[in-house]
Design a protein around this ligand. Structure first.
Ligand code: HEM
Ligand SMILES: *[C@@H]1O[C@H](CO)[C@@H](O)[C@H](O)[C@H]1NC(C)=O
Ligand SMILES: *[C@@H]1O[C@H](CO)[C@@H](O)[C@H](O)[C@H]1NC(C)=O
Ligand SMILES: *[C@@H]1O[C@H](CO)[C@@H](O)[C@H](O)[C@H]1NC(C)=O
Ligand SMILES: *[C@@H]1O[C@H](CO)[C@@H](O)[C@H](O)[C@H]1NC(C)=O
Ligand SMILES: *[C@@H]1O[C@H](CO)[C@@H](O)[C@H](O)[C@H]1NC(C)=O
Length: 250
C-alpha cells in the first residue's frame, strides 16, 4: 500500500516536473532572443536554455528533436553556420544570429530588412502578408507559402535599395517556409493550421492548449527537401538581384 502510494506520487510528481520544465514562459529582459522564431520558441519552452545563451551545436540538435521531432541531419549545417555568428569558440547566443548575410537575410516573413529597421524582433506589419495569405482556408500550404515569399521579396525589392537576393537566400527562405509548415503542421503534406502558425510567430509559443502536437513523423531531409523545392517553384517567377554584398553564404 505504502509502496504503491509512493510510486503513484512519484509518477505524478515526475510528470508535473516534466510539464513545468517545458511550459511556456515569456523571455525576461536579460534573456537573449534573435531573428529565428523556431529557436526562440524552443527557448521559451526550456528545450533550449531559457536565457538563450551558451548554446552548442549538440544543444540545438537535442532541442530540435525533443521540441519538434526534427532529426539532426537537417539541423546540423544550420547549427554550425549559426556558430559563425558568435565570438565564442563552441557556443552562441540567440541574438548573435542577427548577423546579416550569415543566415539572416532580407525579405523575411516576420522581420524587417536590416537596412530598413529591426531585423530581430517580430513585426506584425511584415507578418501580415503571411497572416492574410490563403484567404478562405483554415490552413497555410505550399502554394500560399510560395506566394508569401514572392510578395515579401517584391516588398523588399521596392523599398530596400540594398536588398540581397541570391540563389542562397532563396534557398534559406524556402527552407524556413518548409520549417514552419512542418513543425506547425503535417511535414509530409506541407499543410499547417493558420492559428498554430500565427501563435508560433506572434507569441513564439507551441500552441499545445489549442491542440498542437509534436509531429509523430520525423522531420528530416526526406520530408523537407521536396517541400522546399515545391515552395521555391510556387514562389516563381524569381530572379536574383544585384548588390550581392559578400557574406558567408551570400
Ligand atoms: C529548430 C528548428 C527551426 C525552426 C522551426 C526554424 C524556423 C525558422 C523560420 C520559420 C524562420 C523565418 C522567420 C522569418 O522569415 O521571419 C527562421 C529564421 C531564421 N532561423 Fe530558424 N529555424 C530553426 C532552426 C534554426 C537553426 C538551427 C538556426 C541556426 C543556428 C536558425 C537560424 C535562423 C536565422 C538566423 C533566421 C533569420 C532569417 C531571416 O529571416 O533573416 N534557425 N527560422
Ligand atoms: C539584467 O542584467 C543587469 C546587468 O547585468 C542587471 O543589473 C539586472 O538586474 C538584470 N535584470 C534581470 C531581470 O535579471
Ligand atoms: C554551458 O553549457 C554546458 C552544457 O552544454 C554546461 O556544461 C556549462 O556549465 C554551461 N556554462 C554556462 C556558463 O552556463
Ligand atoms: C546601402 O549600402 C551602401 C553601401 O554599402 C551604404 O553606404 C548605405 O548606407 C546603405 N543604405 C542603407 C539604407 O542601408
Ligand atoms: C514594422 O514594419 C513596418 C514596415 O516596414 C514599419 O513601418 C514599422 O515601423 C515596423 N514596426 C516596428 C515596431 O518596428
Ligand atoms: C492550398 O490551399 C488553396 C486554398 O484552399 C488551394 O487552392 C491550393 O490548391 C492548395 N495548395 C496545395 C498545394 O494543396
Amino acid at each position: 500500500m505504502k509502496t504503491s502510494f509512493s510510486l503513484v506520487f512519484f509518477i505524478i510528481a515526475t510528470n508535473a516536473l516534466a510539464d513545468d520544465q517545458h511550459s511556456w514562459q515569456a523571455p525576461g529582459p536579460n534573456d537573449s532572443r534573435g531573428p529565428c522564431p523556431g529557436l526562440n520558441t524552443l527557448a521559451n519552452h526550456g528545450f533550449l536554455p531559457r536565457d538563450g545563451r551558451n548554446i552548442s551545436i549538440s544543444t540545438i540538435l537535442k532541442a530540435g528533436y525533443e521540441g519538434y521531432h526534427i532529426e539532426a541531419e537537417i539541423l546540423t549545417l544550420a547549427a554550425k553556420v549559426g556558430l559563425l555568428t558568435s565570438d565564442q569558440p563552441t557556443t552562441f547566443a540567440l541574438n548573435d544570429l542577427k548577423a546579416h548575410g550569415v543566415i539572416e537575410h532580407d525579405a523575411s516573413l516576420s522581420r524587417q530588412d536590416v537596412a530598413l529597421g529591426d531585423n530581430v524582433r517580430f513585426n506584425e506589419t511584415i507578418f501580415s502578408t503571411l497572416a492574410n495569405s490563403n484567404p478562405g482556408s483554415d490552413v497555410y500550404n505550399i502554394t500560399s507559402a510560395g506566394q508569401v515569399q514572392h510578395a515579401r521579396l517584391a516588398d523588399s525589392l521596392k523599398n530596400n535599395p540594398n536588398v540581397t537576393n541570391t540563389d542562397t537566400t532563396l534557398f534559406i527562405r524556402s527552407a524556413e517556409s518548409a520549417f514552419y509548415l512542418s513543425v506547425m503542421g503535417d511535414p509530409v503534406q506541407g499543410v499547417a493550421p493558420k492559428n498554430f502558425v500565427q501563435i508560433f510567430f506572434r507569441e513564439e509559443r507551441l500552441p499545445i492548449e489549442e491542440g498542437w502536437k509534436r509531429s509523430s513523423v520525423p522531420i528530416n531531409i526526406a520530408t523537407v527537401s521536396p517541400m522546399l523545392d515545391l515552395i521555391t517553384a510556387a514562389s516563381a517567377p524569381w530572379e536574383p538581384t544585384g548588390n550581392n554584398c559578400p557574406g558567408i553564404l551570400t
